[in-house]
Design a protein around this ligand. Sequence first.
Ligand code: FAD
Length: 477
Amino acid sequence: MHTSVVLFTADLRLHDHPPLRAALDRASTVVPLFVRDRAVDAAGFAVPNRLAFLADCLRDLDAGLRERGGRLVVRSGDLVEEVCRVAAEADAGEVHMASDVSAHAHRREDRLRTALEAGGRGLVVHDTVTTVRAPGSVTPGGRDHFAVFTPYFRRWSEQRTRPVLDDPRRVPVPEGIGSEEPPDRRELSGLSPGLARGGEREGRARLAAWLRGGSGDGKGAGDVGDGKGAGVVGDVGEYEDRHDDLAGDATSRLSPHLHFGTLSPVEVVREAGGLGGPGAEAFVRQLAWRDFHRQVLAARPAAAHEDYRTRHDRWRTERAAREEVQAWREGRTGYPVVDAAMRQLRHEGWMHNRGRLLTASFLAKTLYVDWRVGARHFLDLLVDGDLANNQMNWQWVAGTGTDSRPNRVLNPVVQGRRFDPEGAYVRRWVPELAEVPGAGVHEPWKLRGAAREAARGYAERVVDLAEGLERFRRARS
Ligand code: FAD
């Protein structure tokens, strides 16, 4: 066959890329294509932080292809129309792409297959490009997905992980296929100032540093980022002990790379799994959580918007709780660890997992506001904002998802004292409290004397915790 199109979506890399490998094996030239999908923009998912990261990824992908004799073709518009147009221009016989899990991705794939077949062309969809295990490949007997993580993880761990594919040496691209300029982050406004940098090279450097730290060679992982948000990478070897340490910032920060597919989850799991030890094992387990949420969403696409399991909640709407929601968004709830995490989100477009858990619990349970209000705010800012991970984690916290203890409520004072015992995380993100020493920073309302004076500019509490808890218990009883 002469030419194939490789449609890049959430797999913006050259290493370990099954669609690209298959296309190169079967055709003499390939058109590497990215379509800026109008439907994604219309649905409000194209927010500045992710657009900037995407711009970095596309420029890096284009550069990587050029080093291999090719280039990236970028188009924008209706994805199906654009792919068919490019396939016709290149007289391509097949289009290769990665499978994906959302309702939008399913519809897109169906439409694309029908349109290509009408033109006498084929669509080849590849699994295990954006996940380690294909959704639907790890199932309990007689059902289409696992609703509980632990048995899922057991099965997930029993399956073989496919081998990692090398990046291609050459990518021959046919002449004469028009392309837009890949976007440039410098043209975007409204970005979080500490936003991490995107691209496959950046992702691979970060992964290497993270794993090198865990290899026990005595060298700490280096700083592989440029902004504050890109920060110093922790160490996989210490992951099990330190992943919840808010101030220590000791997680991989690979989430945007996994979201945009600049890193292959198969490669990450193989590399980390190969190191062995409790840190690497705990880290691989988190990658399985990622697959877990994807297989839930693939089987129940409506869970992106509807309760996965209804608790018959009568959520407070944004309108009913306007001031509290605004205080939560702006990081001035009066609960320091909540406010620190919400400010980290605004500043970096990223938040520590422990912060995500406790801020989500604060909104959905303490304030008893509809989880969708919080999920939307996260998606507006998170550079790793991801329909499966975000919505299913929000549902997990709200008690409408897969948590087996749906009524648990995280107390922000207890969480702060436990996961930020010295108060360093709060002092880093809440300048009004920067002069308050020690763990007392988690309860500024109890401060006396000079410490109270130092905390003077800080917000009053928007809710009394006991009242919030009582409201939630009444609603759920
Ligand atoms: P690490 O701790 O280093 O973990 C490695 C990788 O495992 C992560 O990059 C991620 O891909 C995966 N992972 C880790 N924890 C989870 C988890 N609980 N669920 C699924 N995958 C996980 N993650 C996103 O990628 N996008 C989101 O939009 C998102 N929204 C979230 C919203 C809420 C309310 C909560 C509680 C969690 C959310 N998470 C989301 C999951 C998790 O917080 C992030 O993946 C993690 O904080 C990213 O940091 P890291 O890369 O340093 O993670």
